[in-house]
Ligand binder design. Structure first.
Ligand SMILES: Nc1ncnc2c1ncn2[C@@H]1O[C@H](COP(=O)(O)OP(=O)(O)OP(=O)(O)O)[C@@H](O)[C@H]1O
Ligand SMILES: [Mg+2]
Length: 276
């Protein structure tokens, strides 16, 4: 692949809040494979993710996007190599990978609905004060939690139960929980699914705010959202990398158009993209 990101030519152009520190490699994935009963869900993937990258991972249903996130976070058994800042992740347990600063969200929100925003962040921060003290109102808030409240815009809602938050706010809380866990690599599985247009915009800006010093991978079907916020894109198809580079590059790639033309909505999206 001539314009693969590993050939030294960054495909992404710098943008506000985006790839500020694209100098150090954060995640190096090599020949990654995940097999379920002989079915190759991930079939030899190479990917290099840099600090400051806001990488979108797209591809048709069943392409292997979630499985890739599962493999990176230790939930799916993988072979090959995933190195984060010199440390091999393949073979490590889920909690160990999390402690190394790799965090993810799921396609469905997984906050504690009966607890407040603050209590959810407390738990994520590992402020282990026992279940009873946790339920009492705490007097001081950890600086990392204050920062997460600020950056996610949830400060005014800190005492609100997570269960009554709007859909978008729950996703932002989940992202806040990754921030207080000190994640430097965040993998977000369809974070804007079900969100209003306004919530999508806000989420995009949130990702740009947190992205500068971190590596953010966004699995997404929303092409408009991708066009607005991606600094680089990887297209997966049948467990392999089909195309990779800037938004303009992957949209113009005939291989990508072929795959998306196979699905009505995707075809329109890519056609629409060509018209821009
Ligand atoms: N635990 C599992 N056991 C068996 N097959 C699985 C398992 N998890 C995923 N698969 C299969 O692996 C392939 C990739 O699935 P995956 O969920 O990674 O796709 P995806 O790209 O995230 O799709 P979507 O856009 O629909 O979320 C699919 O064919 C799926 O059926
Ligand atoms: Mg998925």
């Amino acid at each position: 692949m001539t314009d693969h990101l590993t050939d030294g030519s960054p495909a992404a152009t710098p943008r506000a809040g985006g790839n500020a520190g694209m100098s150090s490699e954060y995640l190096e994935i090599r020949d990654l494979r995940v097999t379920f009963d002989g079915f190759k869900a991930i079939d030899g993937i190479d990917m290099t993710l840099m600090q400051g990258d806001l990488r979108f991972l797209i591809g048709p249903n069943g392409a292997g996007k979630t499985t890739l996130v599962d493999a990176v976070t230790g939930l799916a058994p993988a072979s090959g190599s995933i190195v984060k800042s010199g440390v091999e992740l393949v073979g490590k347990k889920v909690h160990h990978i999390a402690r190394l600063g790799v965090g993810r969200t799921f396609q469905t929100a997984s906050v504690f609905e009966e607890l407040t925003v603050l209590q959810n962040l407390d738990i994520a921060a590992g402020a282990s004060r026992g279940p009873l003290t946790l339920l009492r109102k705490r007097k001081s808030v950890l600086p990392a939690i204050e920062e997460a409240l600020e950056v996610t815009g949830l400060g005014a809602l800190r005492e609100r139960k997570a269960g009554v938050l709007a859909h978008g706010q729950k996703q932002w809380l989940e992202i806040g929980m990754l921030l207080v866990q000190n994640c430097s690599v965040l993998l977000l599985d369809e974070p804007v699914a079900g969100m209003s247009g306004e919530e999508r915009e806000e989420t995009g800006r949130l990702l740009q705010r947190i992205g500068g010093e971190r590596t953010v991978v966004v699995v997404e079907h929303d092409m408009d959202f991708m066009r607005s916020f991606a600094t680089s894109v990887t297209v997966l198809h049948a467990g392999k990398v089909l195309s990779e580079g800037s938004v303009a590059h992957v949209q113009a790639d005939p291989k990508v158009q072929d795959v998306y033309l196979g699905t009505a909505a995707g075809g329109e999206e890519i056609e629409d993209a060509r018209a821009h």
